[in-house]
Design a protein around this ligand. Structure first.
Ligand SMILES: [Zn+2]
Length: 245
């Protein structure tokens, strides 16, 4: 959880450098990615509650093939760099132990060779380094499965808390949230909802009517609702506590 600036200061101090005390806003936490993902409600779940400016944000994803599984396909654009670590995979396009950095614009699908194969699985983390300052932007892009024509591009502001232009309302959050909404999961939910309309899914170039995006598989809508419910619950508790005085 060391920021780039802190790392730089450590390097400048030379070989005798010692890690300073942790950022009081980010108490050190540890988690088993396997345990955490066994109970996760969605793919790309932040493993730790820190995704403010400068944070390094590991997110877990757990995927399994099934005869009727649908994963869909979209492209993700992210000004923040992402690094994928494969903790375990079988019959997947990823190998156990593999580590790679994604391009700013990259495709997202099941990563399984045959999504209908129940033996195919992958458990990975996707880690992004939040901007120390300045804006962060993302987009979810759907293309025609037949001719690759762009059908929908949903751009959203993902500037983290602590950066000058942070505006949680831009991604379904609120300044007084106890649990910060993770912008990528809100953006994916909104983009999939917009893509639900047949008019949007119908390719203007080749006429192909593309399938709706199977967001249920990814759990993002559930995540968004649960974050809102957790925050509403916390506000209700705060209100109740005021009444006790
Ligand atoms: Zn088309």
């Amino acid at each position: 959880m060391t920021s780039t600036r802190e790392t730089q200061e450590l390097l400048e101090e030379g070989s005798g450098a010692r890690l300073g005390p942790p950022d009081p806003g980010r108490a050190p936490l540890k988690a088993s990615v396997f345990e955490r993902m066994a109970g996760a409600n969605c793919a790309l779940l932040p493993l730790f509650p820190y995704h403010d400016a400068g944070s390094i944000v590991p997110c877990g994803a757990i995927l399994r093939g099934a005869p009727d599984a649908e994963f869909g396909h979209f492209f993700h654009f992210n000004t923040a760099e992402e690094v994928v670590v494969v903790f375990g995979a079988h019959k997947a396009m990823l190998a156990t132990g593999q580590i790679y950095a994604t391009q700013p614009l990259h495709g997202v699908n099941s990563f399984l060779r045959d999504p209908a194969d129940p033996e195919a699985f992958a458990l990975i983390t996707i880690t992004q380094h939040q901007a120390e300052e300045g804006d962060q932007n993302e987009a979810v892009i759907f293309r025609c499965m037949k001719c690759h024509q762009e059908l929908l591009r949903f751009d959203y502001d993902a500037t983290p808390q602590g950066a000058a232009n942070h505006a949680p309302a831009a991604y379904g959050g609120s300044e007084d949230d106890h649990v910060a909404m993770f912008p990528t999961l809100w953006g994916g939910t909104e983009a999939a909802a917009a893509f639900d309309e047949e008019r949007v899914r119908t390719c203007g170039k080749c006429g192909h009517v593309n399938d709706r995006y199977p967001i249920e598989t990814w759990g993002w809508q559930r995540y968004v609702v649960q974050v809102r419910t957790a925050n509403d619950s916390r506000r209700a508790l705060d209100e109740a506590a005021k009444g006790e005085r």
